[in-house]
Design a binder for this molecule. Structure first.
Ligand SMILES: *[C@@H]1O[C@H](CO)[C@@H](O)[C@H](O)[C@H]1NC(C)=O
Ligand SMILES: *[C@@H]1O[C@H](CO)[C@@H](O)[C@H](O)[C@H]1NC(C)=O
Ligand SMILES: *[C@@H]1O[C@H](CO)[C@@H](O)[C@H](O)[C@H]1NC(C)=O
Ligand SMILES: *[C@@H]1O[C@H](CO)[C@@H](O)[C@H](O)[C@H]1NC(C)=O
Ligand SMILES: *[C@@H]1O[C@H](CO)[C@@H](O)[C@H](O)[C@H]1NC(C)=O
Length: 748
């Protein structure tokens, strides 16, 4: 049984990294000599030589302990694989993905990925972290109640694909060595923590093949097939009766075979305790009658490494192996994939290996700090403005009431899976630094009635009231979904009180969904901004936007639903399309948003038009015949669309060009529209124009049929620009429909 100890199972135990310099295995003179090639493509790992040991690390081979569990969703985070201290007592904390998703800026996301992986690598080189990180979270944000929706870039699978591509590129780097291994999670259809007695540990997501191929899986296709991510995490939930970590249709048929994710260095890791909960554990799926059988089923399905957190007991593969619940060949493959992943990340390279020189001076650089601020500025969305913003607040005689639970609570801005930032600039600190006279009063978060008297007296002393509210990640968080998406009652009462004083009120929301309908009927609520989780410099970013130092150009990456949605759409209903009283989900299908996906106002006006000359018709067969060099036909380019954007107002501003497709082609029912292209333009000056060239591929034009095939259909297509639509161009596709991606059917 010597081989068993090499499983990730035992390696996931809590390990304190060697401090003061990592011990890397020596491949040039140690026992690994000859086992590791310099091409980093093949490592014939001598699994038969591995000593039986539950201790982490394998001294015979010169392998030190390795902890696979390292987190870095929006910056190096606090978790068991990462040890903070000394010169590494802080790391840049960027906005959460929901905020950078709102920036619609792929280059920004790539830069953030590069900055995070640079800091992560510096931690690892100093023995304070390891070389794989469980980020990004790319599950589409399907239901507004989800506690972890803010970890994702939003509700749209196309946006999540683009965000994932940019982030993974940044994390892993250009190669040949990975700066760190990224892990796209959670595969798949994971977006529920707890809804009554249904929890993530026992939820069986019933998903149609069409919704799976069209909505739940595209971000993972991007990660696996196109971005060649090093690792994928399987999720807690089951999909159509089979827990994700034992689901060979998902892991083998789709992920590995259909998406050609077959490099020996690409491995699947389970979410923590997911394998425990697919066995006979209380509260779990009871998919297998024992823990051993669960371990065997997961390994055989293609899950290579099993994370163990706190529940149950540590996975022990030995009984499963002796009962022949998995084969030696399966074990060898699992071991090979994980360690080849580490080879690819340069763990076995000498001290001159790529990225090995990164260290403390590469953490918290001024460039990373500037990037964190810019990311927050780019992601803030102006939801409403009656003209009050931007507003100069630092003139003498002006004082500002800053009221609410996150006005001066710095750590609120970070959200889940955070590390320690080098600083936390909350809005009050930022306002003071800008020379603004402030009257600060804290406010309730979930308290249903709160004393408003101090807030009222601060407001009475002030010319302007800024209310900082919404929800935070004690309300929406891992293991905790919400049941209501209304504004918390105590906060609403506070805003109503402040709005009754006859002074202008500006509301700045953090967190994700709350229904703003009651605010929209208060005439003194002159402006509403949404900031999500804006990160370490979020307060500065918000005050920069309010005062006009920066101009807002973010767009909502989610539909802001009315609070009635939660009673119309059962949380556990995974369907996207409406039927009967079921309203459907996302901007593609849901009609009655409070603020729609893509909404976002500016401080200036833009005139948008499609440059003339875009062809009116195309032949499907010609498009395919002329496509040379694309690995997959959905990646064949479609002629790009030049969009001219003129700033007709008086302020410099970015502008996000959003291109949606609509039309009656393919299988009914037809979506309202589908985002097919976007591009952020920077610093469009008043009186000037810039051209955004919208690039897209045949896959962006395809629709998915009931069998999950992506098909290019003949018909009339209309490209709608912006939300709401401000310009459009139509074209037609002729000829026979063409399947761009033939979807493997699920087992009967
Ligand atoms: C790998 O290492 C083992 C043990 O050191 C050795 O027996 C084996 O021959 C090596 N393999 C190669 C391909 O060099
Ligand atoms: C006041 O704010 C403006 C930006 O709104 C800034 O340009 C100016 O320097 C600030 N003045 C002081 C005294 O801080
Ligand atoms: C945008 O244009 C409208 C009228 O076309 C005008 O009322 C409004 O003030 C303009 N807004 C800005 C920010 O220039
Ligand atoms: C993907 O895998 C299939 C099946 O192995 C193979 O036919 C195809 O050529 C591969 N495509 C690419 C682009 O690697
Ligand atoms: C497209 O633009 C034309 C002309 O500007 C307009 O008549 C038509 O209603 C628009 N179509 C859509 C779907 O917005």
């Amino acid at each position: 049984m010597a081989q068993l100890s090499l499983l990730g199972l035992v390696l996931t135990t809590v390990v304190t990294p060697v401090l003061g310099g990592v011990k890397y295995p020596d491949c040039t003179s140690g026992p690994l000599k000859g086992n590791l090639t310099t091409t980093l493509t093949y490592c014939p790992f001598p699994s038969a030589d591995i000593p039986p040991s539950n201790a982490p690390g394998f001294s015979k081979l010169g392998l030190s302990a390795y902890q696979w569990w390292n987190e870095a969703l929006h910056g190096v985070a606090h978790n068991r694989g990462i040890s903070w201290g000394g010169q590494f007592n802080a790391a840049t904390q960027f906005p959460q993905a929901i905020t950078t998703g709102a920036a619609f800026d792929d280059a920004l996301v790539e830069q953030i990925g590069t900055a995070i992986s640079t800091e992560a690598r510096a931690f690892a080189n100093s023995g304070r972290a390891h070389l794989d990180f469980w980020t990004p979270d790319v599950n589409p944000f399907r239901d507004p109640r989800w506690g972890r929706g803010h970890e994702t870039p939003g509700e749209d699978p196309f946006v999540n694909k683009r965000w994932a591509a940019a982030f993974v590129r940044g994390m892993q780097g250009p190669g040949p060595t990975h700066r760190v291994v990224a892990t796209c999670k959670h595969f798949a259809a994971y977006d529920l923590e707890n809804s009554g007695s249904t929890t993530r540990f026992n939820f069986n997501a019933k998903v149609s093949t069409q919704d799976l191929a069209e909505y739940y899986l595209p971000p993972f296709q991007q990660c696996a097939r196109d971005s060649k991510v090093g690792s994928i995490m399987c999720s807690y939930n089951a999909v159509n009766g089979v827990p994700a970590c034992a689901n060979s249709y998902l892991i083998d048929t789709i992920l590995r075979k259909h998406w050609n994710w077959t490099d020996e260095n690409q491995y699947v890791v389970s979410d923590c305790d997911a394998v425990y909960y697919l066995g006979n554990a209380n509260g779990g799926h009871r998919y297998k009658s024992s823990y051993a059988a669960a371990i065997g089923a997961s390994l055989e399905a293609g899950c290579d490494n099993m994370c163990w957190a706190t529940d149950g007991t540590q996975p022990n593969a030995a009984p499963a192996f002796s009962s022949k619940l998995f084969s030696q060949e399966t074990l060898d493959k699992a071991i090979l994939r994980q360690y080849q992943g580490l080879v690819k990340a340069g763990l076995f390279d000498g001290p001159n290996g790529m990225y090995r020189k990164l260290g403390a001076p590469d953490v918290n650089t001024q460039a990373a700090k500037d990037l964190a601020l810019r990311a927050a500025q780019e992601g803030i969305v102006l939801l409403k403005n009656n003209g009050i913003l931007p507003i100069a607040l630092n003139s003498s005689g002006t004082s500002v009431a800053m009221v609410g639970f996150w006005a001066n609570t710095a750590d609120k801005m970070l959200g889940g899976y955070s590390g320690s930032p080098p600083f936390n600039h909350d809005p009050v600190a930022a306002a003071k630094a800008m020379g603004i006279t402030t009257n600060f009063v804290n406010g309730p978060l979930t308290q249903s009635s709160a004393d408003t008297s101090s807030a009222v007296s601060a407001a009475q002393k002030s010319n302007v009231i800024i209310y900082f509210g919404g929800i935070d990640n004690t309300v929406e968080k891992e293991s905790q979904d919400r049941t209501s998406i209304s504004w918390p009652a105590g906060q609403l009462a506070m805003i109503q009180k402040l709005a009754g004083l006859g002074k202008p009120v500006i509301v700045v929301k953090m967190g994700t969904h709350v229904d703003d309908t009651p605010l929209l009927s208060l005439p003194n609520v002159k402006a509403i901004l949404w900031a999500g989780y804006p990160g370490q410099d979020g307060g500065t970013a918000v005050m920069d936007i309010i005062t006009g130092v920066a101009a807002p150009a973010g767009r909502l990456p989610v539909t802001m639903y009315p609070s009635s949605f939660t009673s119309q759409a059962p949380y556990t209903n995974m369907a996207l399309r409406p039927s009967g009283s079921y309203p459907g989900r996302t901007y593609r299908w849901f009609k009655d948003a409070v603020f729609p996906f893509g909404h976002g106002l500016h401080y200036t006006n833009f005139s948008v038009s499609v440059a003339s000359g875009f062809p009116a018709s195309f032949s499907i067969q010609d498009l395919l015949a002329s496509c040379k060099g694309a690995a997959y036909s959905d990646l064949c380019p479609f002629p790009s669309v030049p969009v001219v954007v003129a700033n007709t107002g008086s302020r410099l501003s970015d502008y996000v060009v959003l291109g949606f497709l609509a039309g009656q082609y393919g299988p009914a029912p037809y979506p309202i529209k589908t985002l097919a292209a976007y591009k952020r333009l920077f610093a469009v000056a008043p009186g000037q124009s810039q051209t955004a060239v919208l690039e897209w591929t045949l896959g962006n034009l395809a629709r998915v049929d009931e069998r999950g095939n992506s098909v290019l259909y003949p018909g009339t297509y209309t490209l709608l620009l912006d939300q709401p639509t401000v310009a459009n161009v139509s074209f037609s596709l002729s000829g026979a429909e063409a399947v761009l991606d033939k979807w493997p059917q699920p087992p009967a």
